[in-house]
Write a protein that binds this ligand. Structure first.
Ligand code: C2E
Ligand code: MG
Ligand code: MG
Ligand code: MG
Length: 292
């Protein structure tokens, strides 16, 4: 019995490995081509303050539509980019694209307080990253607070001392620094206090069945407590229902992001969303939203 299980697992692992290897080959070169041709896009998902519903920022998420392969989701191509050494190029591209977009929105009279860009662990081993970000901000004449950098727990796990210094330098610039997908990795609470974070994002998996899952509620409540005691903004991602929103409001979560408010949107659609959202907030009768 045990032997069979072992074989099954082995075969499955091999299948997965083949898929990954194939992805690396096919998608790797397609990605290189698309990047060179400027065929990646950023979509932007609104984040709103829980109590006032005002826009607190957006998260920039990469989108790739390939002429033959169709839409490829970041869960697939980001892994490929990491394995084929293209993730640094994607990071540089998304930082530049985000800055350009902020300038454009500012020009159009749409104020987005901060844009959060996802960066992978490799970026933080590069000592030149803070200078690169500083130069980008200067070139676009943007206050550092307009940019937030999202890191994952894998970055926290990175024992390289460069990583901590790079994070500190980015924070010293005045950019936001957000711990993404919190609760899914292996980070320790002590490490959480040592890094210069401005924000924690509680992973979507805790919010999924939030209404019915009292354990998820307990964990979320605890993380909100820790985060706010540490002076960080606590964000919940994947908020899809009004029940979830109401519960999270009770728990005093600072900021929410999820399909309940909007999906990740193309830049023009984000502009429309912001304008529409401002109108709605202004006519809401007796919420705190109307007063701010
Ligand atoms: P993430 O940074 O945790 O981003 C949030 C993901 O949750 C996004 O998936 C978003 O579309 C999705 N989401 C937001 N609200 C909801 C909701 O209410 N329900 C559900 N079911 N999903 C929701 P997406 O865009 O597919 O991105 C997946 C992951 O890929 C991201 O997770 C991030 O880790 C990575 N990623 C995306 N773009 C980039 C990038 O430019 N660079 C890097 N390094 N990673 C990226
Ligand atoms: Mg993120
Ligand atoms: Mg996340
Ligand atoms: Mg996530």
């Amino acid at each position: 019995q045990a032997k069979e299980d072992g074989r099954g697992t082995f075969r499955f692992a091999n299948l997965e490995k083949n898929q990954v290897a194939q992805d690396r080959l096919v998608l790797g070169s397609a990605l290189r081509d698309s990047l060179a041709k400027g065929m990646l896009n950023l979509h932007y998902q609104p984040q709103v303050r829980t109590h006032t519903l005002e826009l607190s920022g957006v998260e920039a998420l990469s989108r790739w539509h390939h002429p033959h392969l169709g839409n490829i989701f970041p869960s697939r191509f980001i892994a490929v980019a990491e394995e084929t050494g293209q993730i640094e190029a994607i990071g540089r591209w998304s930082l530049l694209e985000a800055c350009r977009q902020i300038v454009k929105w500012d020009g159009d009279g749409v104020y987005v307080p901060t844009v959060a860009v996802n960066l992978s662990a490799v970026h933080f081993r590069n000592r030149a990253l803070p200078e690169h970000i500083a130069a980008l901000l200067k070139d676009h004449n943007l206050k550092p607070s307009r940019l937030t950098v999202e890191i994952t727990e894998s970055v926290m796990m990175d024992s390289s001392s460069d990583t901590e210094e790079v994070l500190q330098s980015i924070r010293n610039l005045g950019c936001g620094l957000s711990m993404d997908d919190f609760g899914t990795g292996y980070s320790s609470l002590s490490r959480l206090t040592r890094l210069p974070l401005t924000e924690i994002k509680i992973d979507r998996s805790f919010i999924n069945d939030f209404e019915y899952d009292t354990n998820a509620q307990a964990v979320t409540m605890a993380v909100i407590g820790i985060g706010s005691r540490l002076g960080m903004t606590v964000v919940t991602e994947g908020v899809e229902t009004e029940q979830q929103r109401a519960l999270l409001e009770e728990l005093n979560c600072d900021v929410m992001q999820g399909y309940l408010f909007a999906k990740p949107l193309a830049p023009d659609d984000l502009e429309k969303w912001v304008k529409h959202h401002q109108t709605i907030r202004a006519i809401l009768p007796d919420t705190k939203a109307a007063k701010t």
